[in-house]
Unconditional design. Structure first.
Length: 320
């Protein structure tokens, strides 16, 4: 097995205190590996980086042309649970109509369960699956089960998106099925969103997901979130954060997909590595780099003074 690569270092007063390793894969829509760091075949669960594909499945099943960009973005997002997010999820549920009480995601995990289920970062995805189920007269109580029609459709879409015929199936933190694939397969998934026709009948929904997420990035994450800020800074890089320090992107310009994973799951170290990879792929202009400065390098403090920085050291290897 190929060893993970050094992606990020924590430097205090000139001394390297910590090194975070991980893996990176960059693929085109055919699944060809364009660039990498570490092990592009490292297995992982797609976690919330699967949400754009899960969202496309729900949108196709809902069959509602009037879905707004905000609704599309929140059903693909891992949101902060702010009022703007809760309002969009409520609006989405009314399209069922489905009561808020039908949501089976956990209570808001970002607040330690102190806020309700609708505030949880996965409530948009769950709401969309419930609305899809209501409109197709599928059972609402079992929408999280692998054998439910919505989950069977998601499983087929994941195969089409990744090219992996038999993903490992687990249970995500929100209670829904999640799929285990190589990191290069996640990069392929995101690359294929630049060519929606690869998804067959799902193509219009995939195209709608891309438009909606880029149009309303604040609904995908929220204030100071990496994916929201990347989309807002670029306009043509679709980004999505996932648990355990995974982040993926669709680069509409070159038609590539990117997946970055910090091996130890340290989420705060993902941002510098991700921005560095995007910079190496030449998809960030000067303006975008300026807007993403807070993510590209993070200060290391001693008291109230800066004593060093968290710096990205990832170097991509190119496939010829």
């Amino acid at each position: 097995m190929t060893r993970p690569a050094e992606l990020v270092r924590v430097v205090r007063n000139g001394l390297v205190e910590s090194i975070h390793t991980g893996d990176v894969a960059v693929c085109d829509a055919a699944g060809r590996l364009v660039a990498f760091a570490g092990d592009p075949d490292r297995m992982l669960f797609g976690r919330s980086c699967e949400k754009p594909i899960q969202g496309a499945v729900s949108i196709a099943a809902i069959q509602e042309p009037a879905l707004t960009d905000d609704e599309v973005a929140v059903l693909c997002g891992s949101h902060n649970g702010d009022e703007v997010h809760v309002r969009a999820v409520r609006k989405l549920l009314r399209r069922g109509p489905v009561p808020v009480s039908a949501l089976q995601n956990p209570r808001d995990r970002m607040a330690g369960g102190r806020r309700s289920r609708i505030h949880d970062n996965c409530s948009g995805k769950h709401a969309a699956m419930l609305v899809a189920s209501a409109r197709n007269r599928w059972d609402l109580a079992t929408y999280r089960e692998r054998g439910h029609p919505i989950q069977r459709r998601v499983a087929r879409a994941v195969v089409a998106a990744t090219g992996v015929d038999r993903p490992i199936v687990g249970v995500d933190g929100c209670g829904l099925p999640v799929h285990g694939v190589p990191i290069r397969a996640m990069a392929t998934m995101y690359a294929r969103m630049t060519q929606p026709e690869r998804f067959g009948k799902l193509a219009p929904a995939v195209e709608r997901v891309v438009r909606g997420m880029l149009a309303s990035p604040i609904l995908v994450g929220g204030t100071k979130r990496l994916d929201t800020d990347v989309m807002g800074a670029t306009g043509d890089v679709l980004a999505k954060e996932g648990a355990e320090a995974l982040v993926c992107a669709t680069l509409l310009g070159p038609g590539f997909g990117v997946a970055v994973k910090i091996a130890d799951g340290s989420w705060r170290r993902t941002a510098p590595a991700f921005v560095r990879v995007l910079r190496e792929l030449d998809v960030l202009d000067g303006s975008a780099l300026g807007r993403l400065r807070r993510h590209a390098s993070q200060p290391v403090l001693g008291g109230d003074r800066v004593q060093g920085e968290v710096e990205a050291v990832v170097r991509l290897q190119r496939r010829r």
